[in-house]
Design a protein around this ligand. Structure first.
Ligand SMILES: Nc1nc2c(ncn2[C@@H]2O[C@H](COP(=O)(O)OP(=O)(O)OP(=O)(O)O)[C@@H](O)[C@H]2O)c(=O)[nH]1
Ligand SMILES: [Zn+2]
Length: 395
């Protein structure tokens, strides 16, 4: 009989841990180099100022000098992993630097490292010209001014290095930022109870790819796996695509070291159905960590606010996790059908071999994708997701 948990995916966990450790080393080296470089540079107070216009970094990024873009990225990253930003960061706005851990209408909670402050958002920031509807999102690095009465005001928001966003409901030309400055998405599913839902995993993969974030799949509750061969086969297509797959059991402590290594020094957005074990996994990775601590709105004595969409929790030793109850809705909104294939790499790779230029890979004659599915070189489960998601998207 096969030994328990002797899955290929499980065996490759040592490789995943090593890769993440290496990536972290590289990141630290880069940050150190940039800090060295920037401290050698003369101060440029005007360019260093964080202004409301910087909020629109994603649009301005391309025309920014290379060094300036790198420097901005390292500032945001440094704050999250608990380092000091490069010495030439002349934050001309007076106040304390902090990380936004929760947001609700007009208010946010900021962790300064020493304490958490409930903050209002400065009016001039709110009216700023931006493609985003919200000025402040969870994960934002901000400058806050203490009001002396236990609260504070957000005076400035640092440029973001990434955004997870969705089109705004009433103003679809604008986007609402759900999470700022994340590095990766951890897609958590459970093998059973609830059974893994591959279409949802694939939707999350598309979401992450659209926003330029690395995705990692974590399959929890492997203690409930009965047919190891089936589990291995089901996950093989993801490994073939180069996606890291971690197998865990929060209950039995399996794969927790790998999970810890993957989360270390990164800002990770959690995605997954209710009940798959997100809270249990985090508690196993960091004893005492509570993912759900109640949102801004539940603290009645501090005023009336609407429910928060995401919550950030710092990890000991660097990094943070962001829990996003709303990630599912914003996943694919705004994505037209014909753009879906580009987020299924195995489909995109064959599209040029289809007979029709505009082949949707559904029922067309001489479709290279359908042929690959018939031959088994594209996994049937992945193709089913493609088909189902395609039909759910607007034409
Ligand atoms: N058998 C088994 N059960 C687990 C495992 N991890 C978590 N559970 C159980 O699954 C249930 C849900 O776990 P949670 O950690 O609350 O799941 P969650 O994803 O945080 O759920 P929400 O808070 O609703 O989003 C609990 O009863 C856990 O005890 C595991 O590895 N194996
Ligand atoms: Zn085709």
């Amino acid at each position: 009989m096969k030994p328990k948990y002797d899955l290929n995916a499980l065996q490759s966990q040592a490789r995943i841990e090593k890769n993440h450790a290496k990536a972290h080393e590289r990141q630290q080296l880069q940050t150190a180099r940039k800090q060295q470089k920037s401290s050698a540079r003369p101060q440029q107070r005007k360019a260093d100022r964080w202004s409301a216009a910087d909020d629109d970094m994603m649009t301005h990024e391309r025309i920014m000098p290379r060094d300036e873009r790198d420097r901005r990225r390292s500032v945001a990253q440094a704050a999250v992993v608990g380092q000091r930003p490069p010495s030439d960061t002349a934050v001309t706005v007076e106040g304390q630097q902090g990380l936004v851990i929760e947001v609700s209408t007009g208010m946010c909670r900021v962790d300064t490292g020493e304490r958490t402050i409930l903050c209002q958002i400065r009016n001039h920031l709110r009216t700023a010209d931006s493609i985003f509807t919200n000025v402040v999102a969870v994960g934002d690095l901000v400058v806050v001014r203490d009001d002396g009465a236990g609260g504070g005001t957000v005076e400035a928001v640092a440029p973001r290095r990434s955004v997870l966003a969705r089109p705004h409901g009433f103003r679809p030309h604008l986007r609402q930022v759900i999470v700022a400055n994340a590095d990766q998405v951890l897609i958590v599913a459970s093998w059973r109870e609830p059974a893994i839902w591959f279409e949802l995993v694939d939707r999350y993969l598309v979401t992450a790819a659209r926003d330029g974030l690395t995705a990692i799949i974590c399959v929890n509750k492997v203690d409930l796996v009965e047919d190891y061969a089936a589990c291995e086969a089901a996950l093989r297509p993801y490994q073939a695509l180069g996606v890291d797959v971690i197998l865990t059991s929060a209950q039995e402590g399996i794969g927790i070291d790998t999970l810890r290594a993957v989360l270390s020094n990164r800002v990770t957005v959690l995605a997954g159905l209710s009940g798959v074990g997100k809270s249990s996994l985090l508690a196993a990775a960091q004893p005492g960590l509570q993912l759900r601590t109640g949102d801004v709105s539940s603290r009645k004595h501090e005023g009336r606010h609407t429910t928060t969409q995401a919550t950030l929790v710092r990890l000991q030793g660097g990094g943070a996790v962001i829990d996003t109850p709303g990630i599912r809705e914003f996943g694919l909104s705004g994505l037209p059908r014909h753009e879906l294939a580009q987020f299924f790499p195995e489909v995109a790779a064959l599209a040029s071999q289809c007979h029709y230029n505009n082949c949707a890979h559904l029922k067309e004659q001489d479709c290279a994708v359908l042929e690959a599915v018939a031959q088994g070189t594209i996994a049937a489960s992945r193709y089913h997701s493609y088909e189902a998601i395609y039909h759910a998207l607007p034409a």
